[in-house]
Ligand binder design. Structure first.
Ligand code: NAD
Length: 321
């Protein structure tokens, strides 16, 4: 079994590698070649932690395994990241463990890759202004991956905690893009592509603010009760997702489907667009919304590609189990 440390995984992962792996696995999911197993996530009654695992199998890419970990809110004081995870991969031919890979950096890259895939397939080609709502840990990864997809000329940003906006400004500078902190309505009036990546439980953006032609990737809502945009927006937009079952249960669409504004049939898996079975954006004034809920297969496919890279570079450790 190969061990790839968190440090090695973080040094080897790139936006391109994550994009390719996630694009391929979304396509495989939509063809019925890859599927996620039911997610387990529990409050363990210790250290205020939420622990769980996400698992699945990709028959096309031959990734089988699970990501296990969760959220330990007290970790920051111990100098550790609050989100902790590890990916374990198995050989699908024998069931033997193939690899264990640190999953913290991979999570950020695979999440950013999902919105990046949605931008490539759904945003207008002439999108020039990127709007960022959220300035936490994930936001920098989101901005870097998004910037690869269109010729953005400017980033506008808003965050519930204004003192965190420095992260967006710094990341934009690193990308050579001007950054402006704006209010939410201004952000919606200016941005052609909007990424929401917050832990909000209330709408941060109202439907009326969103202009025709906008692509919006809602990436923060990954749990029951969370919400980033007014549900009415999902009634106006053409809605895409990574996986419909998660979209309506723990994703942004849980609210719009819950009140009967849209149904599961109104939500298209992004893999269908990748496979050419759905046209994606049909008009330049259409609003497209990607509900990125985060599926276990994203973790497995990115981890699998990192194991290959680590083995090639001689950066993995082999142990007998
Ligand atoms: P973080 O804790 O570093 O940042 C949280 C962000 O949410 C900050 O911008 C903060 O200002 C904002 N926020 C906090 N409370 C808020 C409130 N009441 N209203 C509005 N905004 C609020 O978290 P992170 O690691 O950047 O993750 C952001 C979100 O993305 C989380 O909800 C996380 O669960 C989710 N996430 C989703 C996926 C996925 O695959 N879809 C993957 C990883 C993380």
């Amino acid at each position: 079994m190969f061990i790839v440390s968190e440090e090695t995984a973080a040094s080897l992962i790139t936006e391109e590698a994550a994009f390719e792996a996630v694009e391929a696995v979304f396509a495989a999911m939509a063809r019925g070649d890859a599927y996620n197993f039911p997610v387990v996530r529990e409050a363990i009654g210790h250290a205020d932690a939420l622990y769980g695992f996400k698992s699945g199998f990709d028959r096309a890419g031959l990734s089988l395994g699970l990501k296990s970990g969760g959220y330990w809110p007290g970790n920051m004081e111990k100098g550790l990241t609050n989100h902790q995870s590890v990916v374990i991969l198995f050989d699908p031919d024998t069931g033997r463990p193939r690899a264990m890979v640190g999953g913290n950096a991979l999570t950020a890259y695979r999440t950013a890759a999902a919105s990046s895939v949605s931008i490539r397939y759904l945003a207008r080609k002439d999108a020039r202004v990127l709007g960022m709502v959220g300035a936490g840990h994930q936001s920098a990864f989101q901005m870097r991956a998004a910037a690869r997809q269109r010729q953005f000329e400017k980033v506008v940003g808003w965050n519930y905690h204004p003192d965190m906006l420095g992260r967006l400004e710094e990341t934009a500078r690193e990308l050579g893009l001007p950054f402006e902190a704006v209010d939410r309505e201004t952000l919606c009036r200016q941005a052609d592509v909007i990424i929401t990546i917050t832990s909000a439980f209330e709408p941060q953006l109202m439907s009326d603010w969103i202009r025709p032609g906008t692509h919006i990737a809602c990436m923060g809502t990954d749990t029951k009760g969370k919400m980033e945009v007014e549900p009415a927006l999902l009634g106006r937009a053409t809605v895409f997702t990574d996986e419909v079952a998660q979209s309506v249960s723990i994703g942004e669409a849980q609210h719009a489907t819950g009140i009967g504004l849209i149904t599961e049939r109104d939500i298209t898996e992004i893999g269908k667009v990748i496979n050419g079975d759905h046209a994606g954006r049909a008009a330049s004034d259409e609003i497209t919304l990607f509900d990125g809920t985060g599926v276990g297969l994203q973790d497995l496919c990115v981890a699998s590609s990192i194991v290959d890279l680590a083995n090639q570079a001689g950066h993995s450790t082999e142990v007998e189990i």
